[in-house]
Design a protein around this ligand. Structure first.
Ligand SMILES: [Zn+2]
Length: 170
């Protein structure tokens, strides 16, 4: 299996928080400001929550995907991929603080998979980070609460799937 965990957390969270159209129609080539953007995003992560692998900004369609998960990892590839085709990414490029924090939380989610953890643990870690962002005024309380609610919903779906898999072993 080549693909692992195309988390929908980013796109779903942005829709939940009222940012329209997660997908941008026109392809966007890498820009000069991307390195600066990456540094802005990584700067939001506490020292004990730094990714252990490189972050790559990519167009998922150019990697053969028909949908855009926002962020993802691949089995046996030491990297975290972040889509540069989402509204969040576009807003982050324009310096939107909420979008930058969302991207940071998604990278922290994917880092859990890099460290061998499953979906429930990854969502728990992401939720914990979003709550930290709210406490440290990097994200407004209203947006943070909405994002946490969305992430809890996604976590519940994963728990349900795990329960079903356990009760119907193949
Ligand atoms: Zn995940």
């Amino acid at each position: 299996m080549a693909l692992h965990d195309w988390t929908k957390s980013l796109v779903v969270a942005l829709i939940a928080n009222g940012l329209a159209s997660p997908l941008i129609a026109s392809p966007q080539p890498a820009r000069d400001g991307d390195e600066k953007l990456l540094q802005q995003v990584l700067a939001l992560l506490p020292d004990d929550k730094r990714p252990t692998v490189p972050i790559r900004f990519v167009n998922p369609r150019e990697m053969g995907r028909t949908s855009d998960p926002g962020a993802f990892t691949l089995d046996n590839v030491p990297a975290i991929y972040v889509s540069n085709q989402t509204a969040a990414f576009d807003l982050a490029r324009r310096g939107d603080r909420y979008a930058l924090a969302v991207l940071a939380s998604c990278i922290w989610h994917e880092e859990q998979h890099v460290r061998g953890r499953g979906e429930v643990d990854a969502y728990n870690a992401q939720i914990e980070l979003v709550m930290l962002f709210v406490r440290t005024n990097r994200m407004s309380e209203a947006r943070g609460e909405a994002l946490v609610k969305t992430l809890r919903g996604l976590r519940s779906q994963q728990q349900l799937q795990a329960t079903r898999a356990a009760s119907h072993p193949r």
